[in-house]
Design a protein around this ligand. Structure first.
Ligand code: GDP
Length: 449
């Protein structure tokens, strides 16, 4: 295993930047770049003068040595906390590279930690998700996963599955002893309870993915009702162009924000336009498309004028997508709300994009359908599509084994699905993950992690 190096902090100027080395040569190399050599006590930072090949001073930095296996990667690690100047960083890195160390690839430190069993794959992914988290709720879920909650939840299921496999394998070994009927009934019962456990866990992805992807909110409604204005006031910036010419927002614009620590993707769609039947149909179609792709439709209507037939159509064409209706222009004296607090099961909020009144209520109403995912009391959620897919596959495999069991098929056939399910579950924590899949996962990490 060769020694690798990478900056562990973000690019750009900062007070401090950290360069991390990992591998057998870490200490020897670090000793060569500090004045007077390095005889460090593990885990104790010491202030050192960093020098180049000619002994010229590059920086003064805190150097910390973590001896393997008691380090993040499980190997000898040295961290150099230098000043956060891109020039200094470059010079120190170049010096280290000169000494035969290789630049780390994306996620390589974590990959080594995985190889040395310092963490499992779902924990490694949690580190990436934590770094990438765009909201406090997403960060919280990543921290839970990092603590091993997902692997902890799967461990007893895998254990029981393994016991069943052993039972069936031994029945195979001794051909004359068919699996006793009582055992078969117990196995069937265990399999279906496992399936429902895994199913329940997989189901949480429908909410969990919102934490990583953000809740997609499509702002829809007729022209000139104030969609772009509302988009801007929810964002707090002048992102969309606002005019009083109907249909200014030709293409949809989207922005990421966070409501109460939850990531939200606001999408301002081109409105339903009124200029002739053909275009109107395109408008309606486009709106329908936007709603189909969204997690929630925010229908904006103008409360200062009487609702037209078209307005009612926009509201009535919403099918199963959760929706919130915002009646805008509350500040005008002609304002009227024909709906009250709710219409057809959808929350109705009175707002003014101009004055900002009602916006807090609107934010709450938008998050409300997702509360079970976004509040602190939410249970463990599957936030990762890979885990979701593997859980689904494990359930399907167990289902086929159960089917074989009911049909009194041979143990051999029952075992196929059980082995596959165990492999699927193992892949979540990385016990049975093929190298090419590992490489693909770690390619999504940043360099230095
Ligand atoms: P869109 O076509 O639905 O995106 O509507 P715009 O956001 O472009 O707004 C259309 C017009 O309504 C503009 O002249 C806005 O200034 C005005 N407008 C938007 N929201 C309000 C509001 O809450 N109160 C008042 N009085 N005017 C608003």
């Amino acid at each position: 295993m060769n020694t690798i190096v990478a900056p562990a902090t973000a690019q750009g100027r900062s007070a401090i930047a950290v360069i991390r080395l990992s591998g057998p040569e870490s200490l020897t190399v670090a000793a060569k770049i500090v004045e007077g050599g390095l005889r460090p006590a593990p885990r104790k930072a010491s202030l050192k003068t960093i020098i180049n090949r000619d002994g010229e001073v590059l920086d003064r930095a805190l150097v910390t040595y973590f001896n393997g296996p008691d380090s993040f990667t499980g190997e000898d690690v040295v961290e150099i906390s230098c000043h956060g100047s891109p020039i200094v960083l470059r010079q120190i890195l170049d010096r280290v590279l000169e000494l035969g160390v290789r630049l780390a690839e994306a996620g390589e430190f974590t990959l080594r930690a995985l190889a040395n069993q310092k963490l499992n794959l779902s924990q490694a992914e949690a580190i990436r998700d934590l770094i990438d988290a765009r909201s406090s709720v997403a960060a919280k879920q990543a921290v839970r996963q990092l603590g091993g909650e997902l692997s902890g939840r799967l461990a007893p299921l895998k254990e029981r599955l393994l016991e069943i496999i052993v039972l069936l394998e031994s029945a195979l070994e001794f051909v004359e002893d068919d699996l006793p009927a009582t055992d078969a009934a117990q196995v069937a019962q265990d399999l279906s309870s496992m399936m429902s456990d895994l199913d329940q866990l997989a189901e949480t992805f429908s909410l969990g993915h919102l934490l990583t992807d953000g809740i997609k909110v499509a702002i829809i409604g007729p022209p000139n009702v104030g969609k772009s204005s509302l988009f801007n006031s929810l964002l707090g910036i002048d992102r969309a162009i606002v005019t009083n010419i109907p249909g200014t927002t030709r293409d949809s614009i989207s922005e990421q924000i966070s409501f109460a620590g939850v990531p939200v993707s606001l999408i301002d769609t081109a409105g339903v336009r009124d200029a002739g039947d053909a275009i109107e149909i395109i408008g309606i179609e486009r709106t329908r498309q936007a709603v189909a792709d969204a997690d929630l439709a925010l229908v904006v209507l103008d409360g200062s004028i009487t609702l037209s037939e078209n307005d009612w159509r926009v509201v009535d064409q919403l099918d199963s997508t959760p929706a919130v209706i915002a009646i805008n222009k509350q500040d005008l004296c002609s304002f009227m709300n024909p709906f009250g607090n709710a219409y057809d099961g959808k929350t109705v909020v009175q707002v003014s994009a101009l004055t900002g009144s009602g916006l807090a209520e609107l934010r709450t109403a938008i998050l409300q359908p997702f509360n079970s995912a976004t509040t602190d009391s939410a249970g463990l959620l599957i936030t990762n599509a890979r885990h979701y897919d593997l859980l689904r596959r494990a359930v399907a495999e167990l289902g086929s084994s159960l089917q074989c069991l009911h049909e009194e098929a041979s143990e051999e056939l029952v075992l196929v699905g059980l082995h596959n399910a165990l492999r699927n579950l193992g892949e979540i924590t990385g016990e049975t993950t093929a190298e090419d899949i590992l490489n693909r996962i770690f390619a999504t990490f940043c360099i230095g992690k």
